[in-house]
Write a protein that binds this ligand. Sequence first.
Ligand SMILES: [Zn+2]
Length: 324
Amino acid sequence: MSKNKKIILAFVCLAVIGGALYSTTYSIKKHEKSVQATKINEENIRVSSAAKAKEVAEEAALAKVAKAKEVADAKAAAALKAKTKKEETAKALAEKTAKVDAKLQVKTEENKKNSNSSQKVVVIDPGHASVTSSVTEPQSPGSSTMKVKEPGGAQGINSRTPEYVVNMAVAVKLRSLLQAKGYSVVMTKTQNSQMLGNIARAEVGNKANADLVIRIHADSNNNSSAKGASMLVPTDAKNTDSIYTASKKYGQIVFSSLVSGVGMNNRGVVERDDMTGFNWSKVPVILVEMGFLSNVNEDKLLNTDDYQAKIAKGLADGIDNALK
Ligand SMILES: [Zn+2]
């Protein structure tokens, strides 16, 4: 072969080889590209599905939150409803209670009115007894001063009538007059032989929750010229402070009615802190000394039915004035 032919052949060969190489390279590259594309595609799908999964998960999470919120809202609404209902119930109950209270108040006022108008309580305490007692009792709650329960009373200077007889006679007359005026009357004793200590007498008034306790006595003095009536009332000392004002006021009114009604000597209203029957009393209490059994004239008068009736009327009118 000629040199030229050889060159041409070589060229042709190179061309063929080059072409083949190119073709192979292209093919490989194309394949690589395809693989690459597939990979990208796969990646895309993977990313896409991951995104999708994430989206689904997020949606699920959101749904869960929403559901939880819904449940919470429902619970809150139910709680609010329950609270409102509870408040409404409480309000209704309060209104009902207020109504009942108002009704009760009216009823109490009515009862008070009724008892005020017709049934005030007066306790009558006829002094002394046909028997005496040397047993002692404290002059006031907590006191160490002891006084004899029943030393016995006065006696008519001429009549020799014991004080308890006169006291009971006037007390019984007074009871009738007060009952006729509509008062509820309680006697501390109805028999001369009944011996009560002064604490026991006070307890009768306390238990009856008396509007007034009136103690009935007659006086005595070594000086036979002493005469007339006096009214004893408690002082404003510790034990009787709460009954002092009413007792004194009632005492003054009753005493004024007595002395003007009977026309007797006025010895005044006297405050006393040494009377056991006063110091143990929790209700207004007064003690009338109707005159002197040691005085000839008054001894005679106090033994008559007329004079006793006059005294009883003076006291009853006075009590009625005081408690009106
Ligand atoms: Zn007496």
